[in-house]
Design a binder for this molecule. Structure first.
Ligand code: UD1
Length: 363
């Protein structure tokens, strides 16, 4: 059994484990840092702040009462990674969030995406290997499934050719991790395929901070409701779905964050059969664009101006997750409802508009 090959001890609850989070000031990263600190982990963050704000660090500390170590560095910078691993020789695992994620931009600027997302993972793995860090969790995406023939999508549904450089980087990264771990059986990794993460921390201190006009549905809804956009465009109502609009598996970002802690414990406790595993992270429920709008209007009491327009090129008709594997193997299940997601996203948008991330808030 490969699990006997390395001497990493089973985790005791009294141990304070230190983990490195790349992209820890981003949307999913920041919520995961909160969950990890709440579960007693010590956190080192590396983030170049290319799509986030350092004020997030203080917000995290306000929620958890704990500080994080922070390095404003690019993960493609090998010397920076070497330095972090040598300053924190007790790091036991890495969660790798740092990546670009805008589908349209990736079509316009493919090399930007291939450089950051591919070189970033390769340099991280090389430095992890030389620093003997045995565990990695990678942020993958349901985008690897394209439009599955059978729903719900299971982890062994075929990976279809990517429709954007962004999607391609997620597929290539999974392949890199699989190939790397095949010949490094003493190291372990997990790819987590996120469905559609939305919502925000219930206290309204952290959430999504889109730069420019958002491409994604939830931030566009909340920004429209607060008056930043005249109306939401609903991309297509002629899909083969009950109300004609496209269906996704929206998952509360706090549920998603907690799944990372559960996956981390599975790695640290050596409880997985293989040294590389893949899990879907979704609720298992599909909701249409119109259902998301209805939930938003119901929970917030705010009427949302919207208009049906053409389909958006590259969109799939419907996808939702089979969550069986994560339920059974990790013992994880999403807890929050769509209404929790839309309401928390709205509370976050209101907090953002009231009190911008002020300069004083920065560290
Ligand atoms: C997209 C990407 C996915 C990526 C994720 C995070 C694709 C096929 N999917 O997911 O790979 O991981 O973003 O960046 O490229 N919608 C509207 N009006 C809007 C915005 C969206 O009607 O203004 C609809 C879309 O058509 C879709 C749903 O809302 O049906 C969700 O869209 P979005 O939030 O952009 O997520 P995905 O496209 O599912």
């Amino acid at each position: 059994d490969h699990r006997d090959l390395h001497s990493f001890p089973t985790r005791r609850s009294s141990d304070l484990m230190k983990v490195l989070i790349t992209g820890g000031t981003g949307f999913i990263g920041s919520h995961t840092v909160v969950s990890l600190q709440e579960q007693g982990f010590e956190v080192v963050i590396v983030d170049n702040l290319s799509n986030s704000d350092s004020a997030v660090l203080n917000r995290i500390a306000k929620i958890t009462g704990k500080e994080s170590y922070f390095y404003c560095e690019d993960i493609c910078n090998r010397d920076a990674l070497k330095n972090i691993f040598s300053e924190h020789q007790d790091i036991v695992a890495v969660i790798h969030f740092a990546a670009f994620k805008a589908v349209g931009e990736s079509v316009e600027q493919p090399l930007k995406y291939y450089h950051n997302n591919i070189t970033g993972l390769v340099s991280l793995l090389e430095e992890m290997k030389s620093a003997r860090i045995p565990n990695i969790i990678f942020s993958s995406s349901a985008t690897v499934y394209g439009q599955p023939e059978n729903l719900p999508a299971t982890e062994d549904s075929p990976v279809l050719p990517a429709t954007s450089p962004y999607g391609n980087t997620k597929q290539i990264n999974e392949q890199i991790l699989r190939d790397f771990l095949l010949v490094n059986q003493d190291l372990k990794g997990i790819s987590l395929r996120y469905f559609n993460p939305i919502g925000a921390h219930p206290g309204g201190l952290i959430g999504e901070l889109p730069i420019g006009t958002p491409n994604n549905l939830m931030p566009f809804i909340t920004q429209t409701a607060i008056g930043k956009h005249a109306e939401l465009k609903v991309f297509g109502n002629d899909y083969n779905t009950p109300d004609g609009t496209a269906i996704r598996d929206y998952i509360h970002v706090v549920d998603l964050a907690e799944a990372h802690v559960v996956a981390m414990n599975a790695l640290l406790n050596n409880s997985l059969k293989e040294n590389y595993s893949v899990f879907n992270l979704g609720t298992g429920n599909g909701f249409s664009v119109l259902e998301v709008i209805q939930s938003f209007e119901k929970t917030t009491g705010v009427k949302l101006p919207y208009r049906i327009v053409e389909r958006r090129p590259g969109d799939v008709e419907q996808i939702y997750a089979s969550t069986k594997l994560a339920n059974e193997v990790l013992g994880w299940k999403a807890k929050y409802s769509l209404d929790d997601m839309t309401l928390s996203a709205w509370n976050w948008e209101k907090r953002l508009s009231e009190q911008h991330f002020s300069y004083d808030d920065k560290v």
